[in-house]
Write a protein that binds this ligand. Structure first.
Ligand SMILES: Cc1ncc(COP(=O)(O)O)c(C=O)c1O
Length: 440
């Protein structure tokens, strides 16, 4: 079978691959920049997949990895390892005070599946509630948790992914809620969660899982008091609260974890991506002392060969060093400038309904100014006339990479923490031109 549309023959089939897509072949990187095979440069304003937080080629991370390779390359996750133990302590120190222990995994999807497995093992109820307009992974369990219908549909048809329910995110678009203020939105969205818990049956529910700030589903921060109220509701109905900080953890939203400023004492946090700045695969679950005591008492019958790989853990130490040495501060110091530039971009284009985000994680929502709605909603309209990929494509041709949202009615802007004012200016100016050209 031959197909003239497939990517160049030497390219293995890419993830999230569409036959019409034209993936870049990236051969090297430095700081906020990547280079393709023809040595064209691109400002990497999506940190590849919102994960190369420390930028490309960070020497602190590389030297930790080299040292570890020289000492021992692999230790079974069923054994102890000094690098791994020290990293678990460092990660627990960065998280909120009520989290004490770490179980490592390989990917964000697996970390979420592990959190669900643990929640179900301590709770009587088995259902897990997650939000529509969310993303938690694309393995069977991760996809079942996700609110994104495209991801879910791809997996649901192949396996039973029972035991999950969904509730509405705190958003006013797409008919979720109509609220005049963030406070009203927080109250409506929290009341709705309570309604869903009551109607699913509190005793049947093990956990609520949510991203504190929405990730690829639209970088939406929680309205004030929303997360606190969610915690109260979970306490009232004896439901565990798991925060998916796979994107938002390790500085992306301006603090070590996006949930840190909020008094919500999650029972578990899942993390991945930025924990090694993506220099090697690593993920995990942060546990409350109660959850940890349960695991130590009962044991753990599952695991993965590459869970807590020592070279990945070494990369984790290097990444935390780099974040401590100023990169997380860069995010909090420079994000007001990024926010101001994005807001000015929105003012200059009536095709931008809204920009929203926190730290170095932002979404730019594109709409038809006549209707205030997306031109094409990929989950509803069966057409390839969506202008949003064309904006990304134009920006890429002019040397700036930004991400695709779920749904693809928005651009996701998430630079590495190395990004400076000049790079922010270059990226936003390029987006400005791209939007002008596409709608011109
Ligand atoms: C919030 C969130 N959770 C989980 C995942 C899944 O992580 P992984 O792709 O490492 O399985 C992602 C991936 O983008 C994510 O954004």
């Amino acid at each position: 079978m031959t197909d003239s549309n497939h990517p160049s023959p030497e390219l293995p089939i890419p993830h999230w691959y569409h036959p019409d897509s034209d993936p870049l072949t990236i051969t090297r990187g430095s700081g906020s920049w990547v280079y393709d095979e023809a040595d064209n440069t691109y400002l990497d304003f999506c940190s590849q997949l919102y994960c190369v937080n420390a930028g490309h080629g960070n020497e602190q991370i590389l030297s930790h990895m080299r040292d570890q390779l020289d000492r021992i390359q692999y230790v079974s996750p069923a054994q102890g390892n000094d690098t791994r133990s020290r990293l678990a302590d460092r990660i627990a120190d960065k998280a909120s005070e009520n989290l004490s222990d770490v179980i490592f995994a390989v990917s964000g999807s697996q970390a979420n599946e592990l959190a669900v497995q643990l929640a179900r093992s301590v709770q009587d109820g088995q259902k897990v509630l997650t939000r529509w307009q969310s993303y938690h992974g694309s393995t069977y369990g991760g996809a079942a948790l996700s609110g994104d219908p495209e991801t879910r549909a791809a997996l649901e048809r192949h396996a039973a992914v029972t035991g999950h329910g969904k509730f509405l995110p705190p958003l006013t678009e797409n008919g979720a809620f109509e609220a005049a203020s963030p406070e009203e939105l927080a109250r409506q969205a929290a009341d709705h969660l309570e309604f869903v818990i009551l109607h699913e049956g509190p005793a049947a529910i093990a956990a609520v899982v949510m991203e504190p700030v929405g990730g690829t589903s639209g970088a939406y921060p929680p309205p004030a008091d929303y997360l606190g109220r969610v915690r109260e509701i979970c306490d009232e109905y004896n439901v565990l609260l798991v925060l998916d900080e796979v994107i938002t953890g390790f500085g992306r939203c301006g603090d070590w974890f996006a949930s840190l400023g909020e008094d919500i004492r999650p029972d578990m946090i899942t993390f991945a991506k930025g924990c090694t700045s993506a220099y090697a695969p690593l993920a995990g679950v942060l546990l409350s002392p109660e959850m940890a005591a349960h695991c130590r008492g009962e044991g753990l019958v599952t695991g993965q060969t590459f869970g807590g790989h020592p070279v990945s853990c070494a990369a984790g130490h290097g990444a935390i060093d780099a974040y401590e040495d100023g990169l997380v501060d860069n995010v909090s110091e420079r994000s007001p400038y990024l926010a101001a530039r994005l807001e000015a971009l929105a003012e200059g284009h009536d095709h931008i309904a809204e920009v929203r985000g926190q730290g170095f994680l932002w979404a730019v929502r594109i709409v038809d100014p006549q209707t205030g709605e997306p031109y094409v909603h990929p989950w509803r309209d069966n057409t390839d006339e969506n202008p949003v990929p064309a904006i990304r494509e134009h920006a890429r041709e002019n040397g700036v990479l930004v991400g695709a949202g779920r749904p693809d009615t928005q651009l996701i802007v998430a630079p590495p923490f190395t990004a400076d004012r000049t790079e922010i200016d270059t990226a936003i100016d390029t987006l400005d031109t791209a939007i002008g050209v596409v709608f011109g």
